[in-house]
Write a new protein. Structure first.
Length: 235
């Protein structure tokens, strides 16, 4: 009743089509939500990148074969396109933090699907550059990761890692440039705590995987025994 009353006074408009949202408690209507491309098998057994065609056996993509990643496995909920891409862009750059529930719902579903049998000591997050955090006033990945940690009943350890230096925006770079751009960009803040831990690393979008791979490398060097990755979207 309270929700219905609030919707009468302050109607929620869909982030995709702009129509009033009915029948859901979030900010993407059912029609737009049904058009989101959920990632399903076949996927790379390591990085989770979707594969084309029919593959009935365990599959590892050529990138992972040639550059074996530092993270153990990575999984994403949906493809970074269409209404989901527009929603995440607004969430990340336009202060549309009210979209966090829609996006966290996808992230939580991803973690429960792919990491059901994993036992993590903590959920952590890709740290945001200090300048960017001042400009935005929040780290979008922290908002997502904290909700995921609460949903799966695991400690949220935001401060596991920190930025050592500023980097160029990854969106401007190709795959090789992205790997070089983030090299040496992270450090572990609490090495003694990280040692021997199994961690679930959260970010909003994974494209080439350069950022999460570099951070996983640093966490492993500090003694983490396992680092898995969960993101809302895969580019």
């Amino acid at each position: 009743m309270k929700r219905k009353l609030l919707d009468l006074i302050y109607p929620r408009f869909c982030a995709g089509c702009g129509d009033i949202v009915r029948g859901r408690e979030n900010h993407i209507c059912w029609d737009c939500f049904s058009g989101i491309n959920i990632i399903s098998r076949p996927i790379c057994s390591l990085c989770g990148d979707p594969a084309e065609g029919i593959i009935e056996h365990e599959y590892t993509c050529s990138w992972c074969v040639n550059h074996h990643p530092h993270f153990d496995i990575a999984r994403s909920a949906v493809r970074y396109r269409g209404v989901l891409k527009d929603t995440m862009h607004a969430f990340k750059y336009n202060q549309d933090v009210h979209m966090v529930n829609d996006l966290a719902e996808l992230l939580i579903s991803c973690a429960r699907t792919h990491y059901l049998n994993e036992e993590f000591d903590a959920v952590t997050v890709v740290p945001l550059d200090a300048k960017k955090k001042r400009q935005r006033s929040y780290n979008q990945s922290t908002l997502l990761a904290s909700r995921l940690a609460k949903a799966i009943g695991v400690k949220f350890a935001e401060g596991c890692a920190r930025r050592c230096r500023s980097i160029r925006p990854q969106v401007e770079l190709n795959a090789r440039q992205r790997r070089l751009n983030v090299k040496g960009a992270f450090d572990v803040a609490e090495r003694a705590w990280v040692k021997g831990r199994s961690l679930l690393l959260v970010d909003d979008v994974m494209t080439t995987g350069a950022t999460v791979n570099e951070l996983a490398k640093v966490l492993k060097e500090a003694g983490a025994v396992r680092v898995c990755v969960a993101t809302v979207a895969r580019g």
